[in-house]
Design a protein around this ligand. Sequence first.
Ligand SMILES: [Zn+2]
Length: 316
Amino acid sequence: MGEKIYVGVDLGGTTIKVGLCDAKGQLLKTYEGDTEAQHGAEHVLSNSAAYVRKLFDQTEYDWDQVEGIGAGIPGFMDIPNGFVKLSPNLGWRNVDVKGTLEAKLGKSVRIDNDANVAALGEAWGGAGAGIDNLICFTLGTGVGGGIIAKGSLIQGFAGMAGELGHLNVVPEDEAISCGCGKKGCLETVSSATGIIYMAKQAVADGAETSLSSLESITAKDVMDAAKLGDQTAIKIVHRAAFYLGRAMALMSVTINPQRFVVGGGVSKAGEYLFQIIDHYYRELAVENSQEGVDIVPAVLSNDAGVVGAAGLHLFG
Ligand SMILES: [Zn+2]
């Protein structure tokens, strides 16, 4: 029997990506197929198992080398029992993922939600490799998060640890409603959705900005306009970065991470955005909690989920 390998399943609403990792979190091989969520959970899990088998057919690795299988799934989980309690993206309620996949594949299966798994992927084989205390923020349609402390993924009492998009950071008088049912969450300002909302508000309020000439506004439009010196866009970017900096400052005295990894579509604005985030973080975080701490971009992009899922057996 050769080296130990780990299988990851990144189960999305439209695509299932499966992959093999070595013990260092390096992705060896991937395979992708359609989810076909409309046919129900049993069908989707059969597809997942079939894609894992197809992946193996294309490699020289032996099935005996597999230490375990991990699955990252969007939604709310009962992690210890391996159940998906609710996944609006997949249309699932109370699905026994662990039991079903273990029966189909004959290996131990662990699950977690997609944001935690993506964070674990970066921590294990990406921008956080070798760092034991790490926090990830994913700035996409919403804001995802993940916390690695002492080398373990923190899942919490009910699996809600790391739901950093719902850190309550915006003061009452400026807070708007969040999809979670509360007001003032980080994702209402620092996600692509939040940035677009602020831009539309500014245009509606008659602000002088190049954004007002656009038919529809994306977060990238706002970033690009800010880089070109558009004062309205600059204000919006600073507001998004300020609240992310505040969230990081809060996390600094909670977990005291050595590194913050920021990924997702918004993070593609690059150095320009990272400098502003860093500025607010340094301004807001207690000095001793920020010493030696850095903020870096995610590197795994679309592979973070499958790598992290594979890592659940080592870190979950
Ligand atoms: Zn929320």
